[in-house]
Design a protein around this ligand. Structure first.
Ligand code: GLA
Length: 376
């Protein structure tokens, strides 16, 4: 077990009861749930989860998102480090992926085509010639059911969604559950569980953007990154894997020891040119507990990523351009956020030698990713 369990002091709140029950109380964890709008006839809620250390994250059932992660710096000053929007409208019309759960197939499928048992499937093309992040109507864009888990050790919210057969072109009715736990070690523990009634493909992730200076406070080029990956997945100019797994040794993709994001990003290296920077899956060694970490020396904030998945997509906000105005009215400028999206490799359904992303009826896909926050 990666977490210490002890008695819960979680107080469960229906809409607006938070203030009445426990606000201001020290050393108590709690959840507040409030209605923030409706989307396509479904109610959208914001959940505020406070752990015993007094740190707060916010979630919403629109795209099963993380919208806020407020954690201290080395002097104890708290700041939100996750991208998101202050208003419901901002979120609905804003960047489709900030903090969202992405599926049915996170990342790209070449030309939106794959086949299973000789049957071909066609997906919407929403990224040049390719299909990206489950298509335009993917799981980031739907309203999920939400449930506050009573009597859990820590504030815990479960989102669930039933993805119908052929939704966005993918076969099989799928049941998806994503459970977020905000524990007292300042870990966001994300548990995924998925089943299907027909053979299908699945690559699920969370697409949070982080800036450890605080979201909206400049770029992330000074963040020191470690990824425990001896290899990465080179791509073509449309960001589809070439099929090669390339050793990172001797390349600007070697983050097995700490390097800042910006240190080698401007090098004349084919993959940095195709990716317009880093936008690649790293093949995790999976030999140590922590698979990746990001350290920002000014605040002293450290984020560690722990996953049971074969890969992590490191994307450094190359497509951010300042047009999205986020929390506190701050624009999210070029390379002002980074993502570490745990999961499988892009386009695996068309690469039989990559780890399989097939899910069969009768199987349950289970996976866990942890984002752990601390200072050093
Ligand atoms: C992923 C992709 C990027 C980009 C972002 C969303 O990380 O790999 O190319 O599409 O999502 O903007």
């Amino acid at each position: 077990m990666k977490q210490i369990r002890f008695l819960s002091l979680t107080l469960l709140g229906a809409a607006f009861i938070f203030g009445g029950c426990n606000q201001g109380a020290k050393n108590k964890s709690m959840i507040q749930k409030e209605l923030i709008g409706t989307y396509k006839g479904k109610e959208v809620y914001q959940m505020t989860l406070k752990n015993k250390s007094g740190n707060v994250i916010r979630l919403t059932n629109f795209g099963a998102r993380i919208t806020w992660i407020e954690v201290p710096d080395k002097n104890g000053a708290r700041e939100n480090v996750a991208f998101g929007f202050d208003t419901f409208d901002g979120m609905i019309k804003g960047d489709p992926y900030f903090g969202a759960v992405v599926g049915r197939y996170a990342n790209r499928i070449a030309r939106g085509k794959f086949s299973l048992d000789g049957v071909g499937y066609s997906l919407a093309l929403n990224n040049g010639p390719n299909s990206l992040h489950g298509g335009p109507g993917g799981w980031h864009s739907v309203v999920w059911e939400s449930e506050i888990i009573k009597n859990a050790e820590f504030p815990t919210v479960k989102f669930s969604y039933k993805s119908p057969d052929m939704e966005e072109g993918y076969p099989g009715n799928m049941n998806i559950e994503v459970t977020y736990t905000w524990n007292d070690k300042n870990e966001i523990v994300i548990d995924y569980a998925c089943t299907t009634d027909k053979k299908t493909v699945l690559n699920i992730t969370n697409h949070a953007y982080f800036n450890l200076h605080g979201a909206g406070n400049g770029n992330i080029l000074d963040h020191q990154l470690v990824i425990k990956a001896s290899g990465f997945v080179p791509v073509d100019s449309t960001l589809i894997p070439t099929g090669e797994i390339r050793p990172v040794a001797g390349t600007p993709f070697d983050f097995t020891t700490p390097h800042t994001v910006g240190e080698r990003i401007a090098e004349n290296y084919d993959q940095l040119i195709y990716g317009k920077g880093y936008d690649h899956t790293f093949v995790l060694d999976n030999k140590e507990e922590v698979d990746a970490s990001v350290y920002e020396p000014v605040s002293g904030r450290l984020m560690e990523v722990i996953s049971d998945q074969p890969g992590v997509q490191f994307y450094c906000g190359n497509f951010l351009d300042g047009s999205k105005i986020g929390h506190g009215g701050k624009p999210y400028i070029y390379r002002s956020g980074l993502c570490l999206e745990t999961g499988h490799f892009p386009d695996s359904p068309n690469h039989p030698d990559f780890p399989s992303t097939v899910l069969n009826p009768g199987e349950t896909f289970k996976s866990q990713t942890i984002y752990r926050f601390s200072v050093k």
